[in-house]
Design a protein around this ligand. Sequence first.
Ligand code: SF4
Length: 222
Amino acid sequence: MPREYSADELLPLSGIQHFLFCRRQWALIHVEMQWKENVLTAEGRLMHQRVDDPFFTEVRNGVILARSVPIASYRLGLSGICDAVEFTSSPEGVKIPGREGKYLPIPVEYKRGRPKSDPVDEVQLCAQAMCLEEMLSVSIPAGYLYYGETRHRTAVNLGNELRELVQKMAGEMHAYFERGYTPKVKPSKACRSCSLIDICLPNVQEKATSVANYIREWVERD
Ligand code: SF4
């Protein structure tokens, strides 16, 4: 039987994108509690503030839209907020008080930029869907990612490969968190857009050596 986490152990779901982007960045934010905003994160935050309108629900073309929906999964050990959840009429869905029929919840995540070459956004969306599935006892086959730069939304198929990646990442996040572990720096091209570059100092850290190595280098030099 897979482990279930307690409410105290839940980690922020949004961290899964940091973890996939760079495990060190995630650890600096979530283990060491350091955070630095750059222009990319500021724009993303402003966009989310526009989307986040708690408790607002509207109906468009028969689709019920709920914004800023709190979610959690005790199997993944994650909790967070869905930017939006669309409930579309479906016999596979759930009952909504005061409404006829059943509705399938579809998570919609809003992103500042444009689609990325790595699956960080898809993984975050899939984790949201897995939370909703656990909370509402439904199966959610797909979700949507909306990109502010292209003003376009893309349907994302939430297949097994993506779900396994979510499970793996969530498990690793908990293992790192329990150990209080911050991985060593591994500079990559991602560092150029990293909001923590001034805290992480990848070029300095890469050259840094352990005390033991430092002493050995000096002893061998003599
Ligand atoms: S600067 Fe590079 S290594 Fe450091 S946290 Fe950011 S992405 Fe990771």
